[in-house]
Each structure stands twice: as structure tokens, then as C-alpha cells.
Write a new protein. Structure first.
Lengths: 488, 266
């Protein structure tokens, strides 16, 4: 079940890591269970066996995979997906509740920063202690000390107490010791993210060297790019279960897609909650609302302050006289037709068709009105904005309820988070209803680039410029992205 | 129980490194450094000499001079109590190591026993000096029997290591252990013939209670070899060895039972 490659590594050689049907239960921290867990720990050496199902949480469930010798194996997944638990079990720090785990050879685990560093004593002395904990004798450390210190780049600070180190320095020293113990299997948990760029490169070079020397590396990271480029195979854990094992690009893509969908769901749920709140809030002053509109600018002014005050709390700011009102905003993605046709979602791929739909209502017949939208980043960079006046539409009459759509056949935003503002106002800019941050959405893309705009483009070369053909050949480009970007 | 003993011997290098770390860390940043290990017993000696030599002057038969009798039993007890208090917390205070590093956990409680032993050994010259002064003043104190001290210490080490190993493992699951231990230690201190000689107990059942205190044979042995200058009789040696064996067996049994669950519970 562990994808391809499992078991069929090099002929005859045992895999470096074998995991079969691995499960790990944790107990929930219930005060009443304290004595019971002591009892079950004493009686059957398990914290969870004596507990009811409701008192135990599965951190890992039925996970099985094999890592052949010399492979770089990545583990990805959200927080709480069981990655660190898996690593600790492989390192022999935690015991599995169920299943079989075999790790062949000497293991060095970089589970967390400076495991076992003593803050009060110097870096040099800590190297000896850390080395001893990882299984090196004093003389073995002596022999490697210079090389360890050189690798860490901490020559000037090695005799300082470790408590004065920055977190980056901790990692550098820890990593330097770990790679110098010559492990057959190196387990690395998301520590590279802490060091600076230069050190990260040094570590990666070292990891590549170790791989070339036939060592095995298991690598837990949130940095999907790194996992994709470094690993031979990737395991995706979700809620302690194994979602997928296999070729890095395939697994990472599937993971990215799942994360984007999850975010979309969250956006939708948030929006629904907001609208539900609005609906309940609007009912009581519903009678007064028309009176207020008739009440002139004074009453409208009061409403600006009131609305601005409490709307600010939930990320949306709203003001205006409410002579016309925006009662709903939806983002429809995927469908290109002028009548919408897309599905309502708040994550889309760059270049996908997108429709911004406003439901609007005029409280009294209006002859002066402008509809507008604007997209910006959460940090306030304006990406694009337009309104009906700018685009030369002259208002004549607007009564009752209506729907307004801005249809973008291809929304070429760069991947990232965006915020939508919508407004209906008079030609002179006097706001009827102005809603900032009414909707958030996420744009994803396989391609990389910086900025906010992703034009259709390709690279062309004339002359002696050559590129290596891409490894797997066929590059998987989801068909809704119509890019034609040739080489990487 | 053998498995843990083998682990301690096999990883003696790491054990030594960790002990040195403990000692270094304790005095790191202080100006007098390890001299504090001398200052403490010196201060105790001064205070007790003043209080019991000049103010109270207790006339306890067989415990003359009283201040010297007192510190002969007290210095080893300070080792015992600080080793047990620190050692029983060792998995919790070293949770960083327990959770993240792969190595035999039984080393950690023993580190507390050894580092506090070093403090005890540093106090010995002061004790020896005090006894020599007492002897020069005409009291029949000490003698060559002090050479037996290493043997007593050697038996007490596994005894303390066992006690501390079991308590440390229990403590992880059951935090009340810490308070129970602290109170029990106070209780056992008064139930050991440290403040008074065994013969001074007038009431027979109480005498038995004191005699059955597992720390009593060791206290007696320290007093006999250092203060009285007497070779402990074979019965006392046997008692010490038995106590040490039982403590080690119980401690390692508890630890073995709880070993697999320690890391999660810490």
C-alpha cells in the first residue's frame, strides 16, 4: 500500500526504515485519569490501554511505508498531522502503540533545536555532551571538534554559554554535531527553517553529500518547495492517517490543492457567518431604515459612525448613507459565461475565470449611481480597481433589487491572498454603501513569480543559450491554467 | 535490574559528562565557584559548634563533642537528601533531553546522586580537619577506620541510585511524589540517629523504629568509621548491602515498568 518504490529498492538490501501498521495513541489530559494512567503504565506499560476510547487520541493510525537505503524521504502535512510523532517513534524516543518499526543502522535525530544543550555552559562543552548523547565518545568528539565548529560557523562564540546564542546559532551547532556523528539514518524535523539562507544551503549540501554516500534521510518540513526538490519520495499525513505516498510533485500538488480547498471552505463559512449576523442585525432597524434614508444627511452621518465602529471588529469596514445597499457579495470561479456559471468559491487558480457578483438594492429610485470594485492585498497594496463611471457608463435609473457582475474571463493575479472592496456611490463619490474587505480570497498557481500580476508570457531565446531538458519530461499543468511558459 | 546497571556502566562516559555538566552549571557565573561547596559545610560546622559547644552544651553520653557527632551524620545526610530531592525530579527538569534525545534515561537520576556525592566529598576535608582538631583537644575520635569510608560510600551509591530511579519514574506520572518525598525525608531525618546516638533512645519500640529506617545502617557506619574510630561489625555491612540491593531492585523494577511511558508523560 505504500506506493511504488516500497520494498523494491536495491536488490537484496534491507530497507533503512520499515514501518508497518504503525499507530500511536495519546491520552487526553483528563485530571481524573491521572491515577488510572499510572496504574495502566505500571500494569501493562501503556498509558492508553486502560483508558476508554474517549480519553485517547490517535496521533498516528495505520501508517505503513518503507524507505530504501540512500533515499531522501519527505513527510508533509499540516500541524497536528502526526509528523513529529512519527519522527520521534523512528528515533526510538517514543514507543508505538501498535505496529512494527524497524530502523536499520545508526540514527541521528534532529528533532528540535538544541536538544540537550545546557544553557549555562559553553558551546564547546555542549558539543561534547551533545556528541555523547548521540553516541560519540570523548575522543571521537575531539577528532571532529574542529570540523564541527567550522561547520557551525560559530568560531567566535564557541566558548560563550549557550544561553546567549540566538535560535539560529542553536540550530547551527545542533546540526553540525548531528551530521558529524556519521549516522546511517538522519531524521530532520523542520530545523533548517531557522537558520539563515547561507547556512540552509550548507546543510542542504551536506545532506546531498550524505545521500550520495548512501545514507538515508527522513525529512519533515512545511517548506514544500524544499521537499519537492530534495526528496525522492514524499509521505503526506493528515490527522495521523496516511493520505498519499509517492513521487514528490504528485503528492505536493495534491497537498497544495487540498490546502487551497480547505481555505476556500473556511472563507465560505466565515462569509456565511457574517451574512447570518448581518441578517439578524438588520431586522430590528428595518422599519427605521427607510425613514432614516428620508431623514437626510444628518441621519446618514450618524449611521456612518455606528456602522464603522462595530464592523471594524470583524475585518470589514462599511459606511455610507444606505440609500442604495450592497446586500451580498459572491465570488464565482471556474465558469466563464456572462451569466456567471461558475461555482461559488474563494480560492482560485491564477488565470481562472472569475466573476465578482454584487447583490444590490435601491431604497429609493436613484438616478445618480456608480458601482465599483477593488482588489488589494491584505497589506493594502491596490492591485486593480474600476467602476462603472471610469468605464464610461452613464447612470440613468436604478430601482429595487439588482445584480451586478464584473466578469473576468481570466483573472491573472499572482498567487497570494487578496481582499475585495465593493461600493455603490454617487458620481461625486458620496457613498451610499461602501464595504471594504467584504470578501477575502486566495489565488494559487503552480508557476512562481513575484508581485501581484501574472501576465501570460513565455521565454524565448536566440543564440547559444541552452537548457537542460526537464527530468520527468511532461510537466503537469492543470488545464484551467492557460499559461505557455516554456522552460523553468 | 541488570539491564539498567549495564547501561550505567556502558554509558559511564556520558554519565561522567552529564555529571560534570551539572557541576559546572551549578557554579557557572558565581565568583567563588566550587568554593561554595566548602563554604556550606564550614558554615554549618561553625554554627553547630557555637550553638552546641558554647550555648546548649548537651551532655549526651557517647556523643561528645556533640557538634562533631552531629556533622559526622549530617554531611552524608545532606548528600542523601539533596540527591533524592534532585534525582526524583530529574526526568522533569531534564525534559528537554528526555523528549528529544535518544539515550539511556536511567543516567539522569544517577547524575543527581553523583554530582551531590562530589559536594559531599568536597566537604570531607572540613570534617576531617574538625575531627583532627577534636582529637588534638583530647577526645578519642576517628583513626585509621576512616579508610573504610570509600566502601560505605560505594554501597550507598547504588542504594541512592535505585531509590532515585524509581522515584523519578513515578514522579513523571504522579507529581505528588515530590511533596511526599520532601516530607518523608524530613521524617526519616529525625528517625535516623543523626541528632542523637541510638543508645540515647529510652523507649524500645521507638528504638526499633529508628533501627528499621533504611538510612540508619549507613548513618551508623559513617559515625563508626569517622567519629568513633570503630570497624563496623559484619552485621552492619550486611544490612547496608541488603538495603542497597533491595533499593536498586525496587527502583529498577519501577523504572522498567514505567520506562516506555515516560517520554509521553513528561
Amino acid at each position: 500500500m505504500s506506493g511504488r518504490g516500497g520494498g523494491t529498492g536495491t536488490e537484496g538490501a534491507l530497507p533503512a526504515i520499515q514501518v508497518e501498521g504503525l499507530s500511536k495513541l495519546y491520552r487526553r489530559m483528563a485530571a481524573g485519569a491521572k491515577l488510572r494512567t499510572l496504574k495502566s503504565a505500571l500494569m501493562d506499560r501503556s498509558l492508553t490501554r486502560g483508558l476508554a476510547a474517549s480519553e485517547a487520541i490517535a496521533a498516528l493510525e495505520q501508517v505503513s511505508f518503507e524507505v530504501p537505503r540512500g533515499e531522501a524521504f519527505g513527510v508533509i502535512g499540516g500541524n497536528g498531522s502526526g509528523k513529529s510523532t512519527l519522527l520521534k517513534i523512528l528515533a526510538g524516543i517514543l514507543q508505538p502503540s501498535e505496529g512494527r518499526v524497524v530502523v536499520d543502522g545508526r540514527v541521528a535525530a534532529l528533532i528540535e533545536l538544541g536538544a540537550g544543550f545546557h544553557p549555562e555552559i559553553s558551546g564547546r562543552e555542549n558539543v561534547y555532551i551533545n556528541g555523547a548523547v548521540l553516541g560519540l565518545g570523548r575522543r571521537e568528539v575531539d577528532r571532529r571538534l574542529d570540523s564541527i565548529i567550522a561547520f557551525s560557523g560559530l568560531e567566535d562564540f564557541i566558548d560563550e554559554p549557550v544561553k546567549n546564542y540566538s535560535s539560529g546559532m542553536y540550530v547551527r551547532l545542533g546540526f553540525a554535531v548531528a551530521v558529524h556523528t556519521d549516522p546511517d539514518v538522519l531524521l530532520v524535523d523542520e530545523v533548517l527553517a531557522v537558520g539563515d539562507e547561507a547556512f540552509a544551503h550548507k546543510c542542504l549540501r551536506r545532506i546531498e553529500e550524505m545521500l550520495a554516500a548512501g545514507r538515508t534521510i527522513l525529512f519533515v518540513s512545511h517548506s514544500l518547495d524544499l521537499v519537492e526538490s530534495l526528496c525522492d519520495r514524499v509521505l503526506w499525513l493528515e490527522g495521523g492517517r496516511q493520505r498519499m505516498v509517492g513521487e514528490p510533485r504528485r503528492v505536493v500538488d495534491a497537498y497544495r490543492q487540498a490546502v487551497a480547498e480547505e481555505e476556500g471552505r473556511a472563507h465560505r463559512a466565515e462569509k456565511e457567518a457574517r451574512e447570518a449576523l448581518e441578517a439578524t442585525r438588520e431586522r430590528p432597524p428595518g422599519h427605521g431604515a427607510s425613514g432614516q434614508a428620508a431623514g437626510g444627511p444628518g441621519a446618514a452621518g450618524a449611521s456612518v459612525e455606528g456602522e464603522g465602529g462595530d464592523d471594524g471588529e470583524r475585518g470589514e469596514r462599511r459606511w455610507g448613507s444606505r440609500e442604495a445597499e450592497i446586500t451580498g457579495v459572491r465570488l464565482l470561479a471556474g465558469g466563464a459565461g456572462a451569466a456567471g456559471g461558475g461555482e461559488e468559491r474563494y480560492h482560485l487558480a491564477s488565470g481562472e475565470p472569475a466573476v465578482f457578483e454584487l447583490a444590490v438594492r435601491a431604497r429609493r429610485p436613484l438616478a445618480d449611481f456608480v458601482f465599483g470594485i477593488q482588489i488589494s492585498t491584505p497589506r493594502g497594496i491596490e492591485c486593480w480597481g474600476t467602476n462603472t463611471l471610469l468605464e464610461g457608463l452613464e447612470p440613468e435609473r436604478f430601482t429595487g433589487e439588482a445584480r451586478v457582475r464584473v466578469v473576468c474571463p481570466r483573472l491573472r493575479l499572482a498567487p497570494g491572498e487578496y481582499v475585495l472592496d465593493v461600493a455603490v456611490h454617487g458620481r461625486d463619490g458620496a457613498p451610499y454603501d461602501y464595504r471594504r474587505g467584504v470578501v477575502d480570497f486566495t489565488v494559487t498557481s503552480r508557476e512562481r513569480g513575484i508581485g501581484v500580476y501574472f501576465p501570460e508570457h513565455r521565454w524565448e531565446f536566440e543564440g547559444a543559450v541552452e537548457w537542460r531538458p526537464e527530468g520527468a519530461g511532461a510537466k503537469v499543468v492543470p488545464d484551467r491554467i492557460a499559461h505557455s511558459k516554456e522552460p523553468r | 535490574m541488570l539491564r539498567s546497571a549495564v547501561a550505567l556502566v556502558r554509558f559511564r562516559g556520558l554519565l561522567a559528562t552529564l555529571t560534570v555538566r551539572e557541576l559546572k552549571a551549578r557554579y557557572r557565573g558565581s565568583v567563588l565557584g566550587f568554593l561554595w561547596s566548602l563554604a556550606n559545610p564550614l558554615l554549618l560546622l561553625g554554627v553547630y559548634t557555637f550553638v552546641f559547644g558554647l550555648v546548649f552544651r548537651p551532655r549526651t553520653a557517647g556523643a561528645e563533642p556533640y557538634a562533631l557527632f552531629l556533622i559526622t551524620g549530617l554531611f552524608p545526610w545532606i548528600w542523601v537528601s539533596s540527591a533524592i530531592l534532585e534525582g526524583s525530579m530529574s526526568f522533569i527538569t531534564n525534559s528537554g533531553l528526555v523528549r528529544k534525545a535518544v539515550f539511556p534515561l536511567e543516567l539522569l537520576p544517577s547524575v543527581a546522586v553523583l554530582s551531590n556525592l562530589v559536594h559531599f566529598l568536597l566537604a570531607l576535608p572540613i570534617l576531617a580537619l574538625a575531627l583532627a582538631v577534636g582529637r588534638a583537644l583530647g577526645h578519642p575520635l576517628g583513626g585509621w577506620t576512616a579508610l573504610l569510608l570509600p566502601l560505605v560510600v560505594a554501597i550507598q551509591i547504588p542504594m541512592l541510585a535505585g531509590v532515585v530511579l524509581g522515584l523519578a519514574a513515578l514522579n513523571v506520572h504522579f507529581k505528588d511524589v515530590r511533596d511526599i518525598v520532601a516530607n518523608l525525608l524530613t521524617f526519616l531525618f529525625f528517625l535516623a540517629p543523626i541528632l542523637y546516638p541510638l543508645e540515647a533512645i529510652p523507649f524500645r519500640p521507638l528504638w526499633w523504629l529508628v533501627r528499621l529506617n533504611p538510612f540508619t545502617p549507613f548513618t551508623l557506619a559513617y559515625q563508626q568509621t569517622l567519629f568513633y574510630g570503630v570497624v563496623p561489625d559484619p552485621e552492619l555491612w550486611l544490612q547496608m548491602v541488603l538495603v542497597a540491593l533491595v533499593a536498586w531492585a525496587l527502583g529498577t523494577w519501577l523504572f522498567d515498568r514505567l520506562r516506555e511511558t515516560l517520554v509521553e508523560a513528561v
